[in-house]
Write a protein that binds this ligand. Structure first.
Ligand code: HEM
Length: 321
């Protein structure tokens, strides 16, 4: 075959592959308008009840959406318990004894099922819960696109490979987000979620004892509740943002500029690298942080959803039908 027709064939094949990936049914905010108009208010009220009981739950639910979307796409896979056929994501190192809020999603699902059985996916409930949580703790709001379906499988190895670690360096973090088509600025904006919630001693012990790019007073303070080698205390908690731990604001970035990032992965965002300027700018301008955080959450919610006839609508979020 002449090389020009070979090239044309390759181009057509590439175009076909591209359209397969991009022409799948896309998500839309009014997906349940006719099939279950009560879904959004029912979910919102279940989420608000849970956060009113425990404010940290807002943080846990935002993180749950992140950990769902980064592994196989936003498909509710993080909610699945192990089965004889697969080991789920919950025991991957980044999730084990760490992710929370699954029972809140179950409660919301239960309330929705009572009104519209098998219409609303668990993946969509997780996405709505993240937005409802942000609103509750004074963070920005956004329009959640809907129509995700739930996976019939989960993958521990993929979770271990794709989710970032608190000990990751900047280049690794940038690469992990780039794999999900999120750029460095979007990563910095999304990391602003660390302005709420808690971390366990085991995730920041290395930093407070060994690192030098840390405010000494801050390190000393954190060491009090996180001894260097007592394994009984590795689950002791510290706020990711000690200034306003229950408010989704831009204090996180101000902390980083004072070398008071709790995790190694927090402080690398302001440590002489390419993201320093972004941190400085979000620390000065809360409205640009809010706008970029909301936009990036929508983009994150768009990672590889199952749509059309792929996947299923689970009846119970922790198990496939
Ligand atoms: C940039 C890479 C990131 C790394 C390395 C990372 C790592 C961590 C770690 C180690 C914890 C503490 C977990 C524990 O001790 O049990 C944590 C907590 C948290 N993360 Fe991240 N994270 C990252 C990005 C994100 C993103 C993008 C979001 C959401 C958009 C997010 C939301 C949260 C929240 C809200 C908490 C507190 C959860 C709670 O209190 O239950 N993180 N993260």
């Amino acid at each position: 075959m002449a090389s020009s027709s070979k090239l044309a064939l390759i181009a057509i094949a590439m175009l076909f592959a591209f359209s397969l990936k991009h022409c799948q049914a896309s998500l839309t905010p009014n997906y349940y308008d006719y099939t279950c108009p009560q879904a959004i208010p029912i979910i919102r009220s279940a989420i608000r009840i849970a956060i009113a009981k425990e404010r940290r739950m807002a943080a846990s639910l935002i993180r749950l959406h992140f950990h769902d979307c980064f592994v196989q796409g936003c498909d509710g896979s993080v909610l699945l318990k192990d089965t004889p056929w697969f080991t789920g994501e919950q025991t991957a190192l980044q999730n084990n004894n760490s992710i929370r809020g699954m029972e809140v999603i179950d409660a919301a699902k239960w309330a929705v099922e009572a009104v519209c059985p098998k219409i609303v996916s668990c993946a969509d409930i997780v996405a709505l819960a993240a937005k409802d949580s942000s609103e509750y703790v004074n963070g920005p709001t956004w329009t959640v696109k809907l129509g995700r379906r739930d996976s019939t499988t989960a993958n521990k190895d993929l979770a271990a490979a794709d989710l970032p670690f608190g000990g990751d360096n900047l280049d690794v973090l940038i690469a992990k987000f780039a794999r999900k088509e999120l750029n460095a600025k979007e990563m910095v904006a999304l990391s602003g979620a660390h302005t709420i919630g808690q971390a366990q001693c085991v995730t920041f012990r290395g930093r407070i004892y060994n690192e030098t790019n840390i405010d000494p007073g801050f390190a000393l303070h954190r060491r009090r509740n996180c001894p260097p080698s007592n394994n009984a205390e590795i689950t002791n908690l510290a706020p990711l943002d000690p200034v306003t731990p229950n408010s989704l604001d831009n204090k996180y970035y101000k902390n980083l500029m004072q070398r008071r990032g709790l995790l190694h992965s927090d402080q690398v965002l302001f440590n002489g690298g390419e993201t320093d300027g972004m941190v400085a700018s979000y620390s000065r301008d809360p409205s640009s942080f809010y706008a970029d955080f909301a936009t990036a959450m929508v983009k994150m919610g768009d990672i590889d959803p199952l749509t059309g006839s792929s996947g299923q609508i689970r009846k119970i979020c922790s198990a496939i039908n």
